[in-house]
Design a protein around this ligand. Sequence first.
Ligand SMILES: [Cu+2]
Length: 118
Amino acid sequence: MLKTLRVGALALTISLGVVAAAAITGPGAQAAAAAGPTVNIDNFVFGPEAITVPVGTTVTWVNRDDIPHTVVANDKSFKSKVMDTDERFSFTFTKPGEFGYFCSLHPHMVGKVIVKAA
Ligand SMILES: [Cu+2]
């Protein structure tokens, strides 16, 4: 079940990528995602491990490692695909709270996003 969902999400991501590539895209999409804070994944560590942001913030994770990683919320509210080197994943936090997350490939890798009410 979970695997089916994941394959579906991957296929969707790929189709979206094809659509995006077909359009005339400048750095617009990347720039929008880069406007919020970035969490770098480097040497099997999320840095910073914990960040505090206001509601509505888009956080972007970037894989700076030369091996793949993922970003998965403990409560499954967000989940990246497998990110290869320099690939990124963004998620916009619309609710206050503490959102712990981990790398599903290396579950000892954990981080946290603390979202404060605006
Ligand atoms: Cu990992």
